[in-house]
Design a protein around this ligand. Structure first.
Ligand code: PGA
Length: 254
C-alpha cells in the first residue's frame, strides 16, 4: 500500500509573515487528515520558522531545490546538509528549474544523489512540453528523464516522482485523469525496469499541473496516481485543505 501524498509547492511566493499565516490557517485541518502524507514546500528562508510551527504535527516540509555540493565556494547556493534538520523532502528537476536555470538531467541526477546521501528524499519532477506531447514523444521524454534522473542509483523507496506535463503547469489546463493515469503507469514501468516490479509498485508517483479542489478527484481515482504536487492552489489554505481532504476520501474508498 502506497500512502497517499500531497505536496504544496509554494514556488517564489510568500514572505515569512505570509507563509506563517498560511500554515496557521490550515494546520488544524490538515492535522485531521493523517492518512495522507502532507508536505509543504515554502521558500528556503521560511523553512526554519515554519518548521518551528509544524514540529510535532503530522505535516512534513520540503525544499524546492538544493545544490549538489556539500559546502564550499558556491555563492548563493544551499546544500542538502543545511536543510537536513528542517525538511524531509526536496523538489528536484522541476520544469521551471530546467527551463530558467538550465538544469540538465545530469545536474538533476547529481542533486538526487546528494539529497539521498544526506538522508533526505527527492521529489523528482518529470514532464514533457506541449510540442513533445503533440509530436507523440511523451513516452520517450519521460523515460529518458526518469532513467537519467535516477542514473546509478540503487533502489531507494523514499524517492517520489511527480509527473508534471509542462503545458499543464500554471495554465489552468490540467491533463485528464485518464491521460495522467496512463502516463504514470508508463513511468512506473520505467522504474520497474530499473529497480524491479515489486519495488516500482512501492514508489509513489504524483500528478502535478493545475490541480485544484475541483479536479483532484479525477486524478486521485486513478489507481496509478498516488497524490499531487500542487502549485497555485497550495497558496490558498481552504483550497489546499480541500485537496488533501478529497484525496483522503477517495483513497479510503478505493
Ligand atoms: P500549478 O503548479 O499547480 O500552479 O499548475 C504545479 C507545479 O508546478 O508544481
Amino acid at each position: 500500500m502506497r500512502k497517499p501524498f500531497i505536496a504544496g509547492n509554494w514556488k517564489m511566493n510568500t514572505n515569512l509573515a505570509e507563509g506563517l499565516a498560511l500554515v496557521k490557517a490550515m494546520l488544524g485541518d490538515l492535522e485531521k487528515l493523517k492518512s495522507v502524507e502532507t508536505v509543504l514546500c515554502p521558500p528556503f528562508v521560511s523553512l526554519q520558522p515554519i518548521m518551528d510551527l509544524v514540529r510535532g504535527s503530522s505535516i512534513y516540509l520540503g525544499a524546492q531545490n538544493v545544490y549538489f555540493k556539500e559546502s564550499g565556494a558556491y555563492t548563493g547556493e544551499v546544500s542538502p546538509r543545511m536543510i537536513a534538520g528542517l525538511c524531509k523532502y526536496v523538489i528536484l528537476g522541476h520544469s521551471e528549474r530546467r527551463q530558467y536555470f538550465l538544469e540538465t538531467d545530469a545536474v538533476v541526477n547529481a542533486k538526487v544523489k546528494a539529497v539521498l546521501a544526506t538522508g533526505l528524499a527527492p521529489i523528482l519532477c518529470v514532464g514533457e512540453t506541449l510540442e513533445q506531447n503533440e509530436a507523440g514523444k511523451t513516452g520517450e521524454v519521460l523515460t529518458r528523464q526518469v532513467r537519467d534522473g535516477l542514473k546509478d542509483i540503487a533502489v531507494e523507496k523514499s524517492v517520489v516522482i511527480a509527473y508534471e506535463p509542462i503545458w499543464a503547469i500554471g495554465t489552468g489546463r490540467a491533463a485528464t485523469g485518464a491521460q495522467a493515469g496512463q502516463t504514470i503507469g508508463l513511468i512506473r514501468h520505467t522504474i520497474a525496469e530499473l529497480w524491479g516490479g515489486e519495488n516500482a509498485d512501492e514508489i509513489r508517483i504524483l500528478y502535478g499541473g493545475s490541480v485544484t479542489g475541483s479536479n483532484v478527484t479525477e486524478f486521485i481515482k486513478e489507481t496509478q496516481i498516488d497524490g499531487a504536487l500542487v502549485g497555485g492552489a497550495s497558496l490558498k489554505a481552504a483550497d489546499f485543505v480541500e485537496i488533501v481532504r478529497l484525496t483522503e476520501k477517495i483513497k479510503q474508498q478505493s
